[in-house]
Ligand binder design. Structure first.
Ligand code: ZN
Length: 247
């Protein structure tokens, strides 16, 4: 059976002499593992289109429970990611994050849109890397089921709490005066960080990165989004550590 679908290559590995095994996030089938026979040979037509961080049009051959590449054409190559080690390492972290949080063969186009828009923004320098990363982490983690509730204080119900505190462990918001130590790991935020978080969570998958925030507040937003993301993925990402070492 042949399947026509677009897909983003999250990672690739060499196999045998000239074959590639790719982890592909497709529009139609979600995340799948696909073999690309001869993709590394000099004469291969699929060398570029089966490379990591490439979004391609595929014709996949599905046989006996296995996928292989029949045809592949590059749709978006994200050139800007390939010449800058900081952008490249951050893009690899995004791919690792999607890989870890997605289930094999569960189609979820929203996850694909979230990462494609982040890669596009990163490749084209549309926003700072910190901003793209923070928005991506918060949008992705909420798309996979850990959506924080930042509408109002979870104790007194105030909609715009003075001196707001974000509760990392349970993804809720409260006022400084309502906060207790029993609420666990929490971070003090401020109005502009809260506004940015609300923007990221409520906006559509195309615009979720496009907000304005001062540089100082960006650092705080970055810390909040990363802490929340890592708390709920419950693991370390070597690509994230690497990005931090080169940025
Ligand atoms: Zn309160």
């Amino acid at each position: 059976m042949y399947i026509n679908t677009k897909g983003l290559i999250l990672k690739e590995a060499r196999y045998k002499e000239a074959d590639r095994i790719i982890t592909l996030f497709t529009e139609k089938c979600g995340k799948i593992t696909v073999s690309a026979h001869g993709a590394l040979s000099k004469r291969s037509k699929y060398s570029a289109s089966t490379q990591s961080l490439t979004y391609s049009d595929f014709v996949l051959d599905y046989r006996k429970g296995k996928y292989s590449v029949k045809e592949a054409t590059v749709s978006e190559y994200f050139t800007g990611l390939r010449t800058d080690i900081t952008k490249y390492s951050l893009a690899c972290y995004f791919c690792d994050a999607v890989d870890v949080l997605s289930i094999e063969e569960a189609s979820d186009v929203s996850i694909l849109r979230i990462i494609l828009n982040a890669l596009y923004a990163l490749s084209n320098d549309l926003f700072s890397q910190e901003q793209i990363k923070a928005a991506f982490e918060l949008k992705l983690i909420s798309a996979v089921g850990f959506q924080p509730d930042v509408d109002s204080c979870c104790v007194c119900g105030a909609e715009d709490p003075e001196e707001p505190v974000f509760l990392i462990e349970n993804g809720r918001l409260c006022c400084r005066k309502c906060h207790t130590a029993a609420m666990g790991f929490s971070l003090n935020i401020d109005e502009s960080v809260l506004r940015a978080m609300r923007f990221i969570l409520s906006s559509n998958l195309k615009n979720y990165i496009s907000f304005r925030i001062s540089e100082d507040n960006m650092m705080l937003l970055s810390r909040v989004c990363e802490s929340f993301f890592l708390e709920h993925t419950d693991r370390r990402f070597s690509t994230l550590d690497y990005w931090k070492s080169v940025k």
